[in-house]
Design a protein around this ligand. Structure first.
Ligand SMILES: Nc1ncnc2c1ncn2[C@@H]1O[C@H](COP(=O)(O)OP(=O)(O)OP(=O)(O)O)[C@@H](O)[C@H]1O
Ligand SMILES: [Mg+2]
Length: 242
């Protein structure tokens, strides 16, 4: 088993995160679900190196991630499209992280566009000239340009219509297969996250109250919150039925 990312006994004092442990393998997706304020984004920021935990460890390939290798874990924020400067061209947006990292820019932007399913011919268009869904893809392309091993999507699907959600889901599945990309998918929508993920972790008040393979947890949830989330997802899907 290829344990790519290991989080062990992680704690963050200000967010009351405690004893967070899980492992993530290459090409696998972990769905992280739980109510608002549970600490999901704080955990994501720790793994991406934007926050320093007060205890515990984060290991990539069995070793702590040095500051110079932070780009191996990329985080896409809660509102990815809003984080793009509308006046910048796609090429400028995609080359900026490479400039900062002093990496070779030759062809990298075009490759990232291709991976995200955007036409390389639109590299010269400005961010505001793309549709909302295309901007979402552009945000993903920007995260991919540094060739990360782990991609964290923090509610990056929220607010997208179902067709766009499906497109982004297909994109993520393709990246897993083609690059072995591992991902952490933070979501409120349990059904959607479960359909895309291999493992599921349910967070409440700063701690993981239940985790395991998606099918096993969904079939036999142990924690009251997990049962509640499953019931809520069912009610929603019944609401949406024709
Ligand atoms: N920089 C900070 N300083 C102090 N407290 C913080 C900080 N960031 C988050 N918190 C607190 O940590 C807790 C967890 O917040 P976090 O944003 O991680 O939750 P979340 O699970 O992502 O919620 P949501 O689903 O609403 O995005 C909250 O109580 C929040 O108020
Ligand atoms: Mg959050």
């Amino acid at each position: 088993m290829d344990e790519l990312l290991v989080v062990r006994g992680l704690a963050v004092r200000f967010a009351a995160l405690r004893d967070i442990s899980f492992t993530l393998e290459r090409g696998r997706t972990l769905a992280l679900v739980g109510p608002s304020g549970a600490g999901k984004s704080t955990l994501a920021r720790c793994i991406a190196g934007f926050e320093t935990p007060s205890a515990g460890e984060i290991l990539l390939h069995g070793r702590p991630v040095p500051p110079t290798a932070r780009s191996r874990v990329q985080l896409i924020f809660q509102q990815p499209a809003a984080s793009l400067n509308p006046r910048f061209t796609a090429a400028e947006i995609l080359e900026e992280p490479l400039l900062i990292q002093r990496r070779d820019r030759q062809g990298a932007a075009a490759r990232a566009m291709d991976l995200a399913g955007l036409p390389a011919g639109s590299l010269g268009r400005r961010a505001h000239e793309f549709s909302g869904g295309e901007r979402q893809r552009l945000a993903i392309a920007r995260a991919l340009v540094l060739e990360p091993e782990v991609l964290i999507l923090d509610e990056s699907f929220a607010g997208l219509d179902w067709r766009l959600q499906e497109q982004i889901a297909a994109l993520l599945r393709g990246l897993r297969e083609r690059l072995g990309l591992a991902s952490i998918l933070i979501a409120h929508d349990l059904d959607f996250a479960a359909a895309l993920a291999h493992t599921l972790a349910v967070m409440q008040a700063g701690t993981i109250v239940e985790q395991g393979p998606v099918a096993a947890v969904m079939a036999a949830p142990n924690h009251a919150l997990t049962r509640e989330l499953i019931a809520a997802a069912r009610a929603l899907s019944l609401d949406g039925a024709p």
